[in-house]
Write a protein that binds this ligand. Sequence first.
Ligand SMILES: Cc1cc2nc3c(=O)[nH]c(=O)nc-3n(C[C@H](O)[C@H](O)[C@H](O)COP(=O)(O)OP(=O)(O)OC[C@H]3O[C@@H](n4cnc5c(N)ncnc54)[C@H](O)[C@@H]3O)c2cc1C
Length: 452
Amino acid sequence: MLCLAPLARAGAHLMGARITRRVLADGRGICTWLPSLFSGLPRGATFNARSARHSSASTAANQNTPSYSYVIVGAGSAGCVLANRLSEDAHESVLLLEAGPKDMLLGSVRLSWKIHMPAALTYNLCDDKYNWHYHTLPQAHMDERVMYWPRGRVWGGSSSLNAMVYIRGHAEDYDRWQREGAQGWDYQHCLPYFRKAQSHELGEDRYRGGSGPLRVSRGKTNHPLHQAFIEAGQQAGYPFTQDMNGLQQEGLGWMDMTVHKGKRWSTASAYLRPVLSRPNLTAEVRCLTTRVLFEGKRAVGVEYTQNGQKKKVFADKEVILSGGAINSPQLLMLSGVGNANDLKPFGYGATAHLGEWRFIRGVPASPTPRHPFHFLPSQVIDHGACPQDGGLPGFTWANEKHRVLPCVQALAGMIFAQQAFQPLPRARAQPGRGVQTAPRSDAFRAAQADCA
Ligand SMILES: Cc1cc2nc3c(=O)[nH]c(=O)nc-3n(C[C@H](O)[C@H](O)[C@H](O)COP(=O)(O)OP(=O)(O)OC[C@H]3O[C@@H](n4cnc5c(N)ncnc54)[C@H](O)[C@@H]3O)c2cc1C
């Protein structure tokens, strides 16, 4: 059995993605991702390899090769949770393979401050020490710019690099998934799991958890610009909300953060490091998984490289791919699972042809609030990354200018024009009053907009 662990929330923006780059090289050259690869796997999809066609790369288990009940690829947000929960059962053995290093100082049990100190957020976005450091292809709708696309490559994965904002997403999105066929993913079904995962510093209620491993605290700031933003939003006609993950999600309010006692609370902190002493859990680092091994129609293990050596490991029960929204589909392609037409030009035979699924559907006009709007009183260019020489490939903005961005830009303009901002010293505002017409606004966004 082959499972795709819950794909990243960030995956919501992957529609129509086209990626090349920073290849998980397996000696067979570069792998180019094509839109159709992303065209199908619903979030949290479970792909049962039993339905796959026979692999030409089929591998028989060899007696000297280690085997575990579960082999998990990727110790990121999803992988750490899975490693913890699956190893709760002492009868099962779990192997967790991570391409990056531990989230600690080299050779020490001390945590890396660059990861665990929230204010150090942008440090890891400047280099590829803990970061896959992806870049996109030139984007047609973004002035042909190459966009920077960071992803975590370390224990905790992107939760060790991210901005620590705790937002579950709108309840209606979950209900829509259920309506569209993802049985069991409606909000009422997911809520007990959100609560089980969480320990909110404000205590439990109908929506918040009080005793889970994921520590969440209410954002704390006395910055006058934050206060002005919330006031201005109300002056613009939006409600104040006490809890954007609670009953009333629409409105402006203070964010919840995966921060505990001043430290980042990644999934490695919440789920992995506390259970490392379990004898049935093995967590390996600097192991790049390069291929899923199939026996007939069944995924039976993976091949990976560690210290320059190629190794194999087998799973009696499941191979779980939790390498993130970019790497898991890539690993499937490297294993011959994907659209046969996409794989052929790169010399990969198709183990399983996935046809023309859709990864995430386009966003039709929605009756519910769709845009999480974060206010940050600083200017961040390129995620704070240092400028790069040369361009590397990435993903396509699916004609964003016709959808979300104009709406968000108009909303920002309306909020910043409110009375609450008037007493504050005037900084140079972009795009400024001169950029009011649609063509000039489009040009501004194409030149300046970025994504997370
Ligand atoms: C800069 C940034 C800011 C963000 N800010 C927020 C935020 O504030 N709030 C929020 O909710 N979300 C945020 N996100 C998104 C969020 O962090 C991700 O959606 C989430 O962490 C993805 O979880 P995942 O388990 O799918 O993948 P990841 O957490 O990325 O984990 C994947 C892991 O698999 C490993 N891996 C991949 N391929 C292989 C392989 N072949 N072999 C072995 N290991 C492999 C990777 O190294 C990584 O450790 C942000 C993301 C980034 C990058």
